[in-house]
Design a protein around this ligand. Structure first.
Ligand code: FE2
Length: 131
């Protein structure tokens, strides 16, 4: 479980909780021996799908509310989705479980906590104040 704040919009809090749970399940699967590659691949696909939807929902709400820093927030979403796709392709090619675990634990974990604390927190407060 990651430590991150609640934001002013419920749908975002639900998405964040789901993201955190999917990441935990993946880390759990990576600690199993032997590794269940099919299960890992399916869970990675779930994480990518979830993240795409979660980002798209935030983006449409930001646009509807004419959130001025939209391009900055959207730019970070795009960068994260590109990185996620690259990491998953590398995993499917090389099956390097340590690299995948490291990425999920550190890169994804740190990014998520930082993103919720900054961009999502401010975005949710802005949208909530307008609706
Ligand atoms: Fe976001």
């Amino acid at each position: 479980m990651l430590n991150y704040p609640h934001v002013a919009l419920d749908f975002m809090n639900r998405d964040h909780q789901e993201f955190d749970a999917l990441r935990d399940q993946l880390l759990e699967s990576l600690n199993q021996s032997p590794l269940d590659l099919d299960k890992l691949d399916a869970r990675l696909d779930d994480l990518l799908d979830h993240t795409r939807h979660h980002f798209a929902e935030e983006e449409s709400r930001m646009q509807a509310a004419q959130f001025p820093p939209y391009p900055m927030h959207k730019g970070e979403h795009d960068r994260v989705l590109a990185d996620m796709t690259t990491q998953m392709e590398a995993w499917k090619r090389g099956r390097d479980a340590e690299a995948l675990k490291n990425w999920l634990k550190k890169d994804v974990g740190n990014w998520f906590v930082n993103h919720v604390n900054t961009m999502d927190f401010i975005t949710a407060a802005f949208i909530a104040s307008r609706s």
